[in-house]
Design a protein around this ligand. Structure first.
Ligand SMILES: [Zn+2]
Length: 87
């Protein structure tokens, strides 16, 4: 029997490795645009976050995204992420 490999990604809030499908994806394009990627399929560099507002706030406070993307997380993107957590 073959084991199915689960793609794990690290949450930028708590730092835990989780199943990619359980995480929210934020993407940074070649052009330097940073936005929330609900489909998880957009081209660019991805950062991942648990579906947990605590992780989102933590990532924001620690500026984790700024560090990995060299680009700030805009308030608009923060709002989008917050909204998607409330759904
Ligand atoms: Zn987390």
């Amino acid at each position: 029997m073959k084991m199915r490999k689960i793609p794990l990604r690290k949450c930028i809030g708590c730092g835990e490795q989780k199943d990619k499908r359980d995480l929210l994806r934020i993407v940074r394009t070649k052009e330097g645009e940073v936005f929330f990627d609900p489909t998880g399929k957009h081209n660019g560099r991805g950062a991942y976050l648990c579906r947990d507002s605590a992780c989102l706030e933590k990532a924001f406070k620690q500026k984790s995204l700024q560090r990995s993307f060299k680009s700030a997380l805009s308030p608009e993107v923060m709002d989008e992420l917050r909204q998607s957590l409330e759904e």
